[in-house]
Design a protein around this ligand. Structure first.
Ligand code: TXA
Ligand code: MG
Length: 330
């Protein structure tokens, strides 16, 4: 694989968009901002490029990728939309929602990207840089989060450079992302299923559909070979430091990931303190989550202790990512 290759970092703008489209057309790898997290893009129709992408991330090949497109017309060429899927697409695209749908008969997305499933995950991102790149390239782009597999997702270009510098061709720097957690994934099967909580709150989706989203069965989250949402491996969004949840008091040498202004005993002896949102705002907390986890991970703390975070709105996605970060480390 192309490790040792020089990674170009360009500020977002016309030149960067043109360069990104060229690199994608040549089968290369481009990291770019979306409104959720930075993605690592490859031509979704080019199996060799996708193989490089899996290698660059160190990602298990059974974990399929999301195809990003610029508009609904392009989405309908690769997936079969029923009434519910169309309703969600019209309500929330472009935006932080991914739909898992049956593949269309002539779906151009390479089998390697869908891990041999007969479904395809599709998203129209809202970030202007992502949309410009998709329009300039003109084909679907598969883009997982632009981090090494198992690491925390990147929310600024420097995170991408730390993880993937020397392994990919280009990083387009569009500053900090707005949402900060990955897209919400809904599977449109007999009944819609919430496959991954994310940047679009569950309640918004349920309001549009007029029904309660089903949850994947419990064992879909295990490390089995064929989980329902194959990326839902139990331990996934992981800093190196141990993570302890629902902390109300600190042990000496622990770092604190705070939320709000509730008192925490033992805070005087904290190795470090970062607050996701002093005013207790869950959207702000989501935007800060991965950056704060990365920052605390470098503080040589014994453990990152995390204060309780409410489960409503984006809190469901935040708590999901924190539980995964804590698995096997408590
Ligand atoms: O916000 C996001 O979704 C970001 C940005 C870059 O768009 N992308 C992202 O991709 O989070 P990734 O690869 O880190 O997560 C994609 C998830 C994985 O959990 C994968 O298993 C699931 O989507 N997935 C993809 N195709 C699927 C399919 N056909 N059926 C079920 N799950 C699927
Ligand atoms: Mg990821």
């Amino acid at each position: 694989m192309k490790i040792g290759l020089k990674t170009l970092l360009l500020p977002a703008g016309e030149a960067a968009v043109a360069a990104a489209a060229r690199v994608l057309a040549d089968g290369g790898l481009v990291a770019f901002p979306t409104e959720t997290v930075y993605g690592l893009g490859a031509d979704a129709t080019n199996a060799a490029a996708i193989a490089h992408l899996y290698q660059a991330k160190g990602r298990p090949a059974f974990n399929p990728l999301i195809a990003h497109v610029s508009d609904l017309g392009a989405a309908r060429k690769i997936g079969r939309f029923d009434a519910a899927a169309l309703q969600l697409a019209e309500a929330f695209w472009p935006g932080p929602l991914t739909l898992v749908l049956p593949k269309s008969a002539d779906c151009a997305v390479a089998d390697l990207a869908t891990a041999g499933l007969d479904t395809v995950a599709i998203r129209i991102p809202a970030h202007p840089v992502a949309r410009d790149i998709l329009r300039a390239f003109g084909r679907p782009v598969v883009a997982p989060s632009a981090n090494l597999s198992g690491h925390v997702s990147p929310t600024i270009a420097a995170h991408v450079l730390n993880d993937l510098g020397g392994r990919i061709d280009l990083i387009v720097d569009g500053g900090a992302v707005a949402v900060g957690v990955e897209s919400t994934i809904v599977g449109i099967f007999d009944q819609p299923i919430l496959l991954r909580p994310g940047g679009l709150p569950r309640a918004d989706i349920e309001r549009v559909l007029g029904l309660t989203l089903r949850q994947p069965p419990e064992d879909a989250e295990s490390d089995s070979d064929q989980p329902l949402a194959p990326g839902m491996l139990a331990s996934h969004y992981a800093p190196r430091t141990k993570v302890r949840l629902n902390a109300m008091r600190l042990e000496p040498g622990e770092a604190l990931l705070a939320f709000g202004t509730d008192a925490v005993s033992g805070i005087e002896a904290a190795a470090a303190v970062m607050n996701l949102s002093v005013r207790g705002d869950l959207d702000e907390a989501a935007a800060n989550l991965f950056g704060h986890l990365r920052a605390l991970d470098t503080r040589a703390a014994r453990t990152i202790a995390v204060m309780p975070i409410p489960d409503d709105g984006l809190g469901e996605a935040i708590n999901d990512r924190l539980r995964r970060a804590a698995v096997g480390r408590e």
